[in-house]
Design a binder for this molecule. Sequence first.
Ligand code: ADP
Length: 251
Amino acid sequence: TSVPARTLAVSGLTQRFGGFTALTDVSLTVGPGEVVGLLGPNGAGKTTLIDCVAGNNRLTAGSVTWDGADITRWAPYRRARAGLSRSFQSLELFDDLTVRENLLAAADPRDRSAYVVDLVRPGHPPLPAPVVAAVEELSLAPLLDRRAEDLSYGQRRLVAIARAVASSPSVLLLDEPAAGLDETESAELGRLVRRLADEWGMGVLLIEHDVALVLENADRVVVLDFGHKIAEGTPAEVRDDPAVRQAYLGE
Ligand code: ADP
């Protein structure tokens, strides 16, 4: 099984806040099974871009399309229902539910109806396959029956990532998923992202501060600086790009 193949395209995206232009004419695509990394120094416009894609910002100019259909004015919930999901913030977990219940609550309703039947049987209802991958890669199995409120900050962040996977989106938007994770957890996250793309055909837009995590796991990397796209290419191409080195290292 795999997720439905859908392509996300952002074209000519410009975002102004009052007199300040946070993004200028940015275009990018995320196709099925593709991990696209979005890099850029602080303030480059990465979060603004993900807000525009998820429907949390009203674009000043440009468009967002989903398999060619214009979704620029769609509300966030409608995009999520169509298979375009962004990572939840860890604060959005249900504190008094277990980790397993949090993951099931975020699962696609079509999947969930099968679990309702299962709930009356002894034992636990099965988790959707991509969530099982998330539980495996992020080492969450020992936490499944713990209440969310009893988890550490880092554990909550991992559950929040697994939760974003639970609806089996066609394209997953991850906004700084490695923030607050240690090296081992970051490596696990990298493996999960690759597995989602390679095994389920999920497209992933990975916005990260951790440059190494992106360069090691992305198929393609887009680099923003002061709201402009300054580079796009394979991780090797981007790493050696003079404009990127200048933006990051002031070379
Ligand atoms: P990044 O995620 O790359 O660090 P952001 O997208 O958060 O960058 O921010 C890009 C720029 O846009 C920053 O200078 C930020 O201050 C500005 N900005 C973001 N959101 C708003 C807003 N709602 N109103 C005004 N300025 C904003």
